[in-house]
Design a protein around this ligand. Structure first.
Ligand SMILES: C[S@@+](CC[C@H](N)C(=O)[O-])C[C@H]1O[C@@H](n2cnc3c(N)ncnc32)[C@H](O)[C@@H]1O
Length: 221
């Protein structure tokens, strides 16, 4: 099941997977938001995260809203970092999202802040009609920080496959699952070999590292 985009509901697939068969989960699940986006899938998002914790050997990394408490890690897991993705081109009053790290090892990690535009694309070829497509550069940072070359990375809420693209670029294996056939098709297209390698190769930029106590910026709501 390596290097695949599967067009299906991820919950039954997760349930049937062998425990500890994945190295790291990096995902952007449907989470509660004032806009009601993906409202019909909110329980899938939370259930999926807990199932992921049974399947992952090292970390479960997930995006979450700053407006709602994130789910607590299950027994045997620790909440080891809260990172921030700041969106300089965000149009809403809350222009950041949290990235939560659950780890099997209790090893507190530096909290990072990445300031990356939502529309961080070299060309429009990489932009897809998805309401929450994440910048590839951000996913590359997460893959680099939490995985090693050759690891198997799972994204059970894959959308347009940004995690999978980052994993492939950084020589990791991936398994990406998306229930919406149109989004899964975008993801497959993005993974096709490109003639212009610059299209999906954003220039690396160092994130800002902040001390744990100052992990949340004071954003006016
Ligand atoms: C927040 S979006 C992910 C966007 C992605 N990070 C990207 O860069 O394109 C969450 C995705 O989860 C998908 N989804 C919701 N419930 C699902 C389920 N049970 N199984 C698989 N995918 C699901 C939605 O269709 C949506 O595309």
């Amino acid at each position: 099941m390596n290097d695949e985009i599967i067009t299906q509901d991820s919950l039954p697939i997760l349930a049937s997977m062998q425990d500890l068969s994945i190295d790291v989960v990096i995902t952007d699940p449907p989470y509660p938001s004032p806009t009601g986006l993906f409202a019909e899938h909110l329980i899938d998002g939370i259930a999926g995260l807990y199932l992921c914790a049974k399947k992952a050997k090292k970390h479960v990394i997930f995006f979450w809203s700053p407006l709602v408490d994130p789910p607590r890690p299950p027994p045997g897991w620790f909440h080891t970092a809260t990172h921030i993705w700041h969106k300089p081109d965000g149009k809403t009053s809350i222009s950041y999202e949290l990235i939560i790290a659950w780890s099997r090892d209790y090893h507190r990690q530096p909290h990072k802040v990445w300031s990356i535009p939502i529309l961080d694309y070299r060309t429009l070829k990489d932009w897809k009609q998805h309401p929450t497509q994440k910048p590839l550069r951000l996913l590359r940072y997460l893959v680099e920080d939490y995985t090693a070359e050759g690891d198997l990375v799972l994204d059970p809420f894959a959308g347009t496959g940004t995690t999978a693209v980052a994993a492939r670029q950084l020589k990791r294996h991936f398994l990406a699952i998306e229930t919406n056939a149109e989004y899964a098709e975008f993801a497959k297209q993005r993974l096709q070999p490109r003639t212009d390698p610059a299209v999906e190769q954003p220039s690396p930029e160092e994130p800002t590292t902040v001390p744990a106590a100052r992990s949340k910026p004071k954003v006016k709501r």
